[in-house]
Design a protein around this ligand. Sequence first.
Ligand SMILES: Cc1cc2nc3c(=O)[nH]c(=O)nc-3n(C[C@H](O)[C@H](O)[C@H](O)COP(=O)(O)OP(=O)(O)OC[C@H]3O[C@@H](n4cnc5c(N)ncnc54)[C@H](O)[C@@H]3O)c2cc1C
Length: 509
Amino acid sequence: MILDAEIKAQLAQYLQLMENDIVLKVSAGDDQVSRDMLALVDELTTMSSKIKVEKTTLERTPSFSVNRIGEETGVVFAGVPLGHEFTSFVLALLQVSGRPPKVDQAVIEQIKNLKGTYRFETYVSLTCHNCPDVVQALNVMSVLNPNVSHTMIDGAAFKEEVEQKDVMAVPTVFLNGEPFASGRMSLEEILAKLGSTPDASTFGNKDPFDVLVIGGGPAGATAAIYAARKGIRTGIVAERFGGQILDTLGIENFISVKYTEGPKLAASLEEHVKHYNVDIMNLQRAKRLEKKELIEVELENGAILKSKAVIIATGARWRNLGVPGEAEFKNKGVAYCPHCDGPLFEGKHVAVIGGGNSGVEAAIDLAGIAKHVTVLEFAPELKADAVLQDRLYSLPNVTVIKNAQTKEITGTDKVNGITYIDRATGEEHHIELQGVFVQIGLVPNTEWLEGTVERNRFGEIIVDKRGATNVPGVFAAGDCTDSAYKQIIISMGSGATASLGAFDYLIRN
Ligand SMILES: Cc1cc2nc3c(=O)[nH]c(=O)nc-3n(C[C@H](O)[C@H](O)[C@H](O)COP(=O)(O)OP(=O)(O)OC[C@H]3O[C@@H](n4cnc5c(N)ncnc54)[C@H](O)[C@@H]3O)c2cc1C
């Protein structure tokens, strides 16, 4: 039995939601993955009479397509969609059967209006938590538009193909055989990349807001909810709604919830904000702020939004090493997300740069997959918590090098090594390896405020206890501020503080 009893019970409930018959067209061989795929398909047919199976030959073996009766939908799974892709598989069954996807009507129209032929292929790993969003988005597009097809490919089952196409990060998407994108993307982001965007000119004609929030992470979402609950006109501009939690796997310190996962929390945040009358402007980036009679925020698309008060919650992003080779080999051996890209380095030698908590956690994770992990720490000692260090040092395939200043990431078409300087002796060393995971902390997303809002030497916005900045009417919250600690719950708390601070300001001015 390929599915355990608990999953099977859940699946049975979902399968009852299927609206029409579907047919799985299966291309199988004699290998173990084919046998597992057939076992999965067989198990499904015993669970729903709406699922039919046909044998066929597809471009890849093992793979299967999910189709309406008498009509190819273009949704294909190559490999066995278990692990994180199981949900993608179940959703595909439901959506192909006629159950409408949970997508805004405007987005459905955008998809249906796509002209041309789009043959997408997405390389995933079954442990990648960023992959299902991309797979599910492209599957929805395939289901809704006959000109779009999408194949999910489990990299572990198609290793030769992965090597041949130099796929070194997941998800990696190819469109019509050419590299299209890498990393987590929402449906809206994919559509925007295809040149299909909602009309930007409408943004500039909006009435002024009472509170305009910039940033859609935990801090921004909280600030928007607090403002909207006061009954005032609230807007939120976010480059990527959800923020850093979209790249986070397990969360165990979001108090009152013992365990959740980042993308799940991001979806709940969005649902909560949407429950209120908040004007959400997703996939929009602010580039300038100016205090006039009202506060004006200019977006990258040229639109200018006006508001009586603004709350900046633009968070932070991974810090780059800034050495030669880092940018050139990004996604060609240089990676930032061990949970996502770790499985692609199975049996290989990788380095982790950074000996803080995130670096050491990454190294412990990677040691279970890679042949060898070398941790390079700039300082004379690791900075991670003692329990993590103990765990790290107990692993047989890990080497820790301290006092190491990374000089260059080397390679030809992909990473083949790293050069570092031993800061104690000044000697230069080179290690041959295939992957480098950069884990050296975060930088605040505040460059766009240069010359307007006061920041400290790290670029963090300086706020008072009400979240107010030095500019009257401009407040800030979360990881972009000088708060001592950067955590989800702390960002939410400061988002609430800034919003209440802004409301007080509006009453008094
Ligand atoms: C891998 C990882 C694991 C983590 N694990 C945990 C954990 O287990 N527990 C925990 O409590 N914390 C964890 N954290 C930290 C936590 O995710 C952050 O503290 C939190 O997300 C900060 O929220 P924020 O709203 O301030 O910023 P962010 O989450 O960074 O959100 C910023 C928002 O602003 C947007 N934005 C940025 N620039 C602009 C612009 N110019 N215009 C418009 N929008 C913009 C972004 O797109 C995003 O929507 C983790 C972080 C990482 C990276």
